[in-house]
Write a protein that binds this ligand. Structure first.
Ligand code: COI
Length: 367
């Protein structure tokens, strides 16, 4: 798509140093990154360059006021040796809406997807092969302006980096324990909860640190007004199976509209399950544990994939879901979703974007 894409290849690949049997989440990055800059609303200067440090002045507005947005998506390689990126169009649209909320000039879907195509094509050897692993793609836009006024910047940088990863939680497909947060909130009506922006994650750090000290992996956030309704888990959206109905909080502006959330709803409905998107009171969840109607709880997110929840604590009571085992629908979803992502089954929804990996379509190559 670009006539003027400048590619500077890394002099030496770091790939041989990576232990693909011991991947973490986002602590190893592939050889290259994509970069564009924006000045007064115009995006330009597309480049691929070796992944590495960038210069940031101490007065950089992002460091002070957090004007940044990001995305998370994944590239897979299946047994057919084809590289696929899962639903980048949806991430592109979510990025656009995050940009609007954070006063960042729009970056169009075609540019977003083409940047990922080029980068994944060039670093395709970094895509892990095992189920549960992937090449995580992290697009990021941030202000590169140097000023201390609290106002939207006019200069930005768009960087896409990639990292070979395992699933976000150490537990893999084993159930995780969550703590329902009763004091702190992640977002409030009218706030930035639906945008994928740094501030939402910053707000979660202190309460999550306390939860981790108590032995939990993450927090279940409740609504910011009454502390009564379940919102999301921060790294993923959440689903409850009450007998034969699967329920997830509706998108009402304070939670992130997850791409995996949307995929899960489609897969479940297509398989004949009843899915309700509605308010879920924490009291309803607790009561359904006590009366045996809560059959499964799972999280869904790009990084987390499908994460079974085996325990959660609320008001000092630790509640166990189905003997702390991954439920039948949770296991089915994990297999179904990862089969589609890896190309092991028909992609009937046309979610995968296929990447031509023989030669990146670059026009200028420097060494
Ligand atoms: C993702 O799932 O891609 C996210 O951005 C969540 C993050 C906490 C890793």
């Amino acid at each position: 798509m670009w006539r003027d894409l400048k590619v500077t290849r890394a002099a030496n690949s770091r790939l041989a140093e990576v232990d693909f049997d011991a991947l973490g989440f986002g602590n190893v990055f592939s050889d290259h990154m994509f970069s564009m800059t924006c000045s007064d609303g115009e995006w330009g200067d597309p480049q691929i360059l070796p992944y590495g440090n960038i210069e940031v002045a101490p007065g950089n507005a992002t460091l002070h006021y957090g004007q940044s947005v990001f995305e998370g998506l994944k590239a897979f390689i299946g047994s057919d040796n084809v590289a696929r990126v899962f639903r980048p169009d949806m991430n592109a649209r979510r990025l656009l809406s995050s940009c609007e909320r954070m006063c960042i000039p729009p970056l169009d879907e075609e540019t977003f997807c083409a940047a990922i195509d080029e980068l994944v094509a060039l670093d395709h050897a970094w895509i892990p092969h095992k189920r549960g692993q992937a090449l995580y793609v992290r697009p990021l836009i941030f202000s590169i302006e140097n000023h201390l006024e609290v106002r939207p910047s006019t200069e930005f940088r768009f960087i896409v980096m990639t990292a070979p990863v395992r699933a976000y939680f150490d537990e893999g497909v084993g159930p995780i324990a969550l703590k329902v947060e009763e004091t702190y909130t992640r977002s409030a009506p009218g706030g930035i909860g639906a945008a994928k922006t740094a501030g939402n994650y910053a707000a979660s750090l202190y309460p999550t640190q306390r939860g981790v000290q108590d032995g939990f992996v993450q927090m279940v956030w409740l609504d910011g007004i009454e502390h009564r309704y379940v919102e999301e888990v921060g790294a993923m959206n959440i689903f409850f199976r009450f007998k034969d109905t699967i329920v997830t909080p509706d998108l009402h502006g304070t939670i992130l509209p997850g791409v995996t959330r949307d995929s899960v709803i489609t897969l479940l409905r297509d398989a004949g399950h009843t899915v309700e998107e509605r308010r879920v009171a924490i009291d309803e969840v607790v009561e359904s544990v006590h009366n045996g109607e809560l059959l499964e709880v799972f999280g869904a997110g790009t990084a987390a994939i499908i994460a079974p929840v085996g325990k959660f604590s609320y008001r000092n009571e630790v509640l166990t879901v189905q003997d702390n085992q991954a439920g039948e629908i949770t296991r089915w979803l994990y297999e179904r979703l990862t089969d589609i992502q890896r190309g092991d089954t028909e992609d009937k929804y046309r979610w995968n974007r296929l990447i031509a990996i023989d030669e990146p379509s670059v026009t200028a190559v420097t060494s």
